[in-house]
Design a protein around this ligand. Structure first.
Ligand code: ADP
Length: 259
């Protein structure tokens, strides 16, 4: 097919015959292509706020700087763009850290109910804090990295709050799944996600509506970070959604074995 890449090697045998060796390089081409796309996307995402920031600073240095009202308004924009760049850089650093640790299985005993409680406190200042509902069954500790699992909760709950409607519940549920897994889910009653987007949501910088994500402070990296963390935990991630009804993100995490 069009996306297939083959490397051809020709070997001459002693008797004059030739052997043609075809090697399927599709996988490594795809990985290389993804890396190139990622660098291009990241640079573009940083360049846009930087260009805007420089433009406003330039104008401030000229006449606009004299009028206190205009100055205040422009500085607010400059601050917002700088924050956007900072969020993006933090997410990029997170991604590369998680990737660097990919082969070290996390092994701390993590009490997810406690972690959820902690994250709920950290989110208590957000405008939708009152919408958080928790349904926490008794579950054994999972084998994990508490900092990374806290980041997973922040990203998923943050999305549920961002893409949901104020006053509708964001439900965090915890329950056992057989003997060896724990099921953690976050459900919202927001706008939902059209089915064709679901398989691509965990790709870096993939967004259903880029303008909307950016205006809500999104970097497009949240779910990519979640996917990598869950993979490192040997867990599973599943996103289901109905347009107009809402979205549920479910994670299965292995129970910590006591040896
Ligand atoms: P972002 O920073 O843009 O929120 P994410 O990687 O966290 O990036 O999510 C990717 C995209 O998936 C979002 O831009 C949004 O379109 C969609 N999405 C994620 N979570 C939800 C949700 N709970 N409801 C609706 N859409 C969502």
């Amino acid at each position: 097919t069009r996306d297939q890449r083959w490397e051809m090697r020709v070997h001459a045998l002693d008797d004059g015959r030739r052997v043609v060796h075809l090697i399927d390089r599709t996988g490594s081409y795809a990985a290389e292509r993804m890396r190139v796309d990622f660098v291009a996307n990241a640079s573009h995402e940083l360049r846009t706020p930087l260009a805007s920031l420089l433009g406003y600073v330039e104008t401030l240095r000229e006449d606009a700087g004299d009028d206190p009202q205009t100055r205040g308004r422009f500085l607010k924009i400059v601050f917002g763009e700088a924050q956007r760049m900072q969020r993006l850089i933090e997410d990029l650093i997170s991604l590369s850290r998680i990737e660097a640790e990919k082969y070290r299985a996390p092994d701390k005993a993590v009490n997810l109910a406690e972690l959820i409680g902690q994250v709920a406190i950290e989110l208590s200042g957000s405008p939708r804090a009152a919408d958080l509902v928790t349904q926490l069954a008794d579950v054994p500790p999972v084998a994990g990295d508490p900092t990374q699992l806290s980041q997973v909760l922040h990203n998923i709950i943050g999305n549920a709050m961002k893409y949901g409607r104020e006053g509708t519940p964001v439900t965090i549920a915890l329950q056992p799944d057989g003997e060896s897994m724990v099921r953690l889910s976050v459900g919202d009653e927001g706008e939902g996600i059209p089915a064709q987007h679901l398989p691509r949501l965990t790709e870096r910088f993939y967004r259903v509506d880029s303008g909307r994500s950016r205006s809500l402070g999104g970097t497009g990296l949240g779910l990519a970070i979640v996917k990598h963390i869950i993979e490192r935990h040997r867990g599973r991630l599943d996103i289901t959604s109905t347009v107009g009804k809402g979205t549920t993100v479910t994670m299965l995490l292995p129970v910590r074995r006591v040896s």
